[in-house]
Design a protein around this ligand. Sequence first.
Ligand SMILES: NC(=O)c1ccc[n+]([C@@H]2O[C@H](COP(=O)([O-])OP(=O)(O)OC[C@H]3O[C@@H](n4cnc5c(N)ncnc54)[C@H](OP(=O)(O)O)[C@@H]3O)[C@@H](O)[C@H]2O)c1
Length: 253
Amino acid sequence: VTERALFNGLLLAMFVLAGLVFVALFFMEAPYGRYARHGWGLGLGRRMAWLVMESASPIVFAVCFWSGGHRYTPAMLIFLLMWEAHYIHRAFIYPFSLRGTGGKMPVLIIAFGLLFNTANAYLNGRNLFHFAPEYGSEWLRDPRFIAGAALFVIGFVLNRWADRALRGLRRPGESGYRVPGRGLYKLVSCPNYLGEIITWTGWAVATWSLPGLAFAVWTVANLAPRARSHHAWYRQRFPDYPPQRKALLPGLW
Ligand SMILES: NC(=O)c1ccc[n+]([C@@H]2O[C@H](COP(=O)([O-])OP(=O)(O)OC[C@H]3O[C@@H](n4cnc5c(N)ncnc54)[C@H](OP(=O)(O)O)[C@@H]3O)[C@@H](O)[C@H]2O)c1
């Protein structure tokens, strides 16, 4: 079996699994954060859990970059920068900025996250730096790159801002939940998830690649059902929750 055949099989599996996860998450919340509950076996503290799950992404992607064999064109370097800017923060900074004691994250979820991140970083990195034709300097002037990179930056900024706003709802040592109400939180319950979805949609467009598309689809499959659950949870828990606020898409859903 060639690596190319394995790559294609894995890519196909990602699309199929995304569909299954999307449906499953409408019936059952992933058991971490506010939905942490007994019955999921052994767990790890949140900081360690995020660190373990997410660190595979920046490492595997960087290995693909170094071992890929393509020239280091400006376009390649920009892709590396985009990916690492997101994932170095997510793996090594975000976990240590979390507030509250938080429940444990089940090892099962961590293992699943780790597996996903490894496969996803391999598919995206190996494709960009090895299988796909080289992205030369002319790609930087392509409308797909320009639009995708712009979306990526908008999503990146929104995701960071929204996660920071949630953090600001707790004083150090506090663990409860408050109704967020600043900025885009006036319109939707989960602007952090909206930012994440815009980020990886931008990535898919900027790289114009199937692994990029698979990642964007996964992000929607993961976060759209969770946004719906968070929204319902807020409405149930806070009777005066702003009724005009939507779950994920301003004015729509
Ligand atoms: N690409 C993907 O597929 C993917 C998948 C999952 C997550 N992510 C990203 O990872 C980040 C974290 O995701 P998450 O699911 O943990 O987000 P989340 O449920 O919104 O929680 C984020 C943090 O804010 C706290 N928090 C949330 N709502 C709060 C409130 N009303 N009052 C006070 N504190 C509140 C949470 O505390 P508790 O932990 O105590 O609830 C947690 O520490 C997000 O940026 C998300 O986009 C990406």
